[in-house]
Design a protein around this ligand. Structure first.
Ligand code: 4AD
Ligand code: MG
Length: 430
């Protein structure tokens, strides 16, 4: 019977066949240990010279890394490995022999690995990260389904800029100028007025010249948008969502977290409610922490976010930023003209901002005024203004960056390892 590694626990003491690649191998005169991987997991196959045909034993000993095989044998429990099972190999059928696989078990430099990303993905660490990424995506769909959101897909080719116009990727749309979406938010606001609670999950593009461990040129964002919802209610959804993600990964990815040697205690602490501090309080905290130069009105960089996060062991919301450093659509605080009803969620352990969100301006004349101030004139925004003309309601939403969340939950320090094929400032290959 043909089975996969993630199901072998159902076949203890039975003979099965697994389609696999040889990840690694150790052998002596009497025994060979094959590290097998089949996409669903990693498992050891043991070939004992005395128990198999001499040709099989010789074949096992000469197998090369990443050769593809069908291996047949009995599944037995193995309490020494974290996986818990191994195969007593009886037969091997070679599908294709791989020669000179470039990624050997020894250490390689990051650029080399990035050049071989199409192969690097096969490694145990990258496999674990991709499984955690998948779990976060699946948890996202489960959470928003449970909370009565409708999944909506905004366009990727757009004529309007949602965030900073300087970061746009320009492209030709026949004769017209178009951009690749930086955020689906404006379309999600339209969708929220049609369906109430909506979320999107899709790729976004930013021509950012930042070369940091938190920035990708192409990244995936989850963007919920909610009608009849206040800023405070939006924060509650955000913290429940992030807690749900952490719990799902803890429950369903224990092998992967173990492979990555993730500190589980840090993940167990991700429980709502999360602390909230205002931008003003954050400035004070930074001054106490030795950032004496920082002035009210300046945006926070990575070192500031890391320093603020160090004071807390949960993710933390920083709220009420100055309106001048935030997007045009954010709703002003009714008690204070100079700040907006927004929040960034900062992850602990130096992973930085994972969510940006706000209440949206719902008043037509105020939105028009913001357009002028931000010099966002043009037909492309007409449809967005109409949302405030026909039954405008208080609404709020946010965007969670998938790769930063994967980096944080997995405990990997650079976002380039959290997406299958990263697009970076100087990388469009492979
Ligand atoms: O804070 P941002 O720019 O917010 C928006 O785009 C809003 N329109 C979202 C909304 O309210 N619907 O981006 C949201 C999140 C950030 O918190 C961060 O996690 C991630 O997207 N992000 C990036 N991730 C990787 N590489 C980049 N260059 C990123 N830029 C933002
Ligand atoms: Mg932001």
């Amino acid at each position: 019977m043909k089975v996969t590694i993630n199901k072998v626990h159902q076949f203890v003491d039975q003979e099965v066949t697994i389609g696999a690649w040889l990840a690694n191998k150790r052998s002596s005169g009497k025994i060979a240990f094959l590290q097998l991987r089949d996409g669903t997991g990693f498992m050891q196959g043991v070939v004992v010279k005395a128990d198999v045909d001499e040709t099989i034993f010789q074949q096992a000993k000469s197998l090369t890394q990443e050769s593809s095989l069908y291996v047949t044998g009995k599944i037995v429990e193995d309490s020494r490995s974290s996986f818990g099972f191994e195969m007593q190999v009886k037969h091997i059928e070679l599908i294709q022999e791989a020669t000179d696989y470039p990624i050997t078990p020894k250490n390689h430099g990051t650029e080399f690995l990035m050049d071989h990303r199409h192969l690097w993905l096969r490694s145990k660490k990258q496999h674990a990260i991709m499984k955690i990424r998948n779990e976060i995506i699946q948890a996202t769909y489960r959470f928003f389904e449970q909370e009565n959101f409708v999944k909506i897909d905004p366009p990727i080719l757009t004529g309007t800029a949602a965030e900073e116009t300087t970061e746009l990727f320009h492209t030709k749309y026949f004769e017209e100028e178009a951009y690749l979406s930086q955020s689906g938010q404006l379309y999600m606001e339209a969708a929220a007025m049609a369906l109430g609670r909506v979320f999107s999950f899709g790729p976004t593009f930013r021509a950012e010249k930042s070369k940091t461990r938190r920035h990708l040129i192409e990244f995936w964002m989850i963007e919920p948008e909610m009608a009849f919802t206040t800023h405070e209610e939006s924060l509650e959804i955000q913290e429940n969502y992030v807690q749900f993600i952490a719990e799902s990964v803890l429950t369903n990815c224990s092998l992967e977290l173990n492979t990555l040697e993730r500190n589980l205690e840090m993940l167990q602490k991700i429980k709502a409610p999360f602390p909230r501090i205002t931008y003003d309080e954050a400035i004070e905290l930074l001054k106490q922490k030795g950032f004496t130069d920082i002035e009210w009105g300046e945006d926070f960089g990575a070192p500031h976010e890391t320093a603020i996060a160090e004071s807390f062991d949960k993710p933390i919301f920083i709220t009420h930023y100055p309106k001048d450093i935030k997007a045009f659509y954010m709703k002003p605080d009714p008690d204070r003209e100079d700040v907006v009803l927004c929040a960034d969620l900062i992850a602990p352990e130096g992973y930085g901002e994972i969510i940006g969100g706000s209440a949206r301006i719902d008043d037509l004349s105020l939105l028009k005024q913001r357009y002028m101030e931000h010099e966002l004139i043009g037909d492309a925004y007409e449809w967005y203004l109409e949302l405030r003309k026909y039954g405008s309601v208080p609404h709020a939403g946010f965007g969670l960056g998938l790769e930063r969340t994967v980096a944080w939950i997995s405990g990997v320090d650079h976002v380039r390892e959290t997406i299958p094929f990263p697009r970076l400032l100087n990388r469009l290959y492979p």
